[in-house]
Design a binder for this molecule. Structure first.
Ligand code: NAD
Length: 263
């Protein structure tokens, strides 16, 4: 049975956990073949690809590439195109975080955050665009953040990188306008990923609060809905941006943040 993305191939960077994995699963469910990625090369990474393939009835490959290396970013796109015949959908999702005041922020952490969260998207986009343009169809979805639109203290590199991703999104959209290729950024607020889930017990201890109170009063203090977004919701937003209905949506941001940036 044909599904909306049958016959398409998606590359999702940083997708062996969290949001990237959620996006990969949704796109596979919509019929796309998917290349999942991280910097590790463990049996469980390849097993994960096999699991998604079996769940969705599509082809899924795990391709190791370190998104802090420009060359490996470009190689990821080339390897996926070689394996599946094309890269029609590119989701730039890989990201890391470090929290410190600017004067204490380790320079190597700044460099790593800018490389993985921002520069990687430049390299993968540059590698993917020529074939998308000549095919007359392509979708680039950049996973930015509410921090691509607004700031918080102690997150200088992350906020700078995510604002940069939003800027890159606009330029990519302008350079591809009218050619069947779109580029947009999703700006999630707080999303319940395994990483975030793991912080809850510590926060409960630190604040001497129960799970619900710590989530509502501490973690989601800036998210007016006081509810996490889910990886499935981010995946669904990415799938919408890949759909026919979104053909004229380009160069924009879609917030999935429970009202954070409306404040
Ligand atoms: P996560 O840690 O679960 O996922 C990050 C992914 O990136 C993992 O698969 C990890 O292996 C991969 N990765 C890290 N360094 C890499 C590297 N050098 N090369 C290749 N892959 C690498 O975190 P997440 O919350 O799922 O974050 C995914 C994206 O969503 C990030 O860009 C993050 O900034 C963004 N985001 C997350 C939230 C949230 O609340 N969780 C909110 C807004 C934006």
């Amino acid at each position: 049975m044909s599904k909306p993305l049958s016959g398409k191939t998606a590359v999702v960077t940083g997708s062996n956990s969290g949001i990237g994995l959620g996006v990969a699963r949704v796109l596979a469910g919509e019929g796309a073949n998917v290349a999942i990625n991280s910097f590790t090369d463990r049996q469980e990474d390849h097993d994960l690809a096999a699991t998604i393939a079996a769940e969705a009835g599509v082809n899924v490959a795990y391709i190791q590439a370190d998104m802090s290396s420009g060359q490996q970013c470009r190689d990821l796109v080339a390897k996926a195109a070689e394996r599946f015949g094309a890269v029609d959908i590119l989701v730039n999702n890989a990201g890391i975080q470090h929290v410190a005041a600017i004067e204490d922020f380790p320079a190597e952490k700044w460099d790593a955050i800018i490389a993985i969260n921002l520069t990687s998207a430049f390299h993968t986009t540059a590698a993917a665009l020529p074939a998308m343009k000549s095919a007359g169809w392509g979708r680039i979805v950049n996973v930015a953040s509410a921090h691509g639109l607004t700031a918080s203290p102690f997150k200088s590199a992350y906020v700078a990188a995510k604002h940069g991703v939003v800027g890159l999104t606009k330029v990519t959209a302008l350079e591809t306008a009218g050619q069947g290729v779109t580029c947009n950024a999703i700006c999630p607020g707080y999303v319940l990923t395994p990483l975030v889930e793991a912080q809850i017990p510590d926060q409960m201890k630190t604040h001497n609060m129960d799970r619900e109170t710590v989530i509502r009063e501490v973690m989601l203090e800036r998210q007016p809905s006081r509810q996490f977004a889910t990886v499935e919701e981010i995946g669904g937003t990415a799938a919408f941006l890949c759909s026919a209905a979104a053909a004229q949506i380009t160069g924009t941001t879609i917030s999935v943040d429970g009202g954070w940036t409306a404040l």
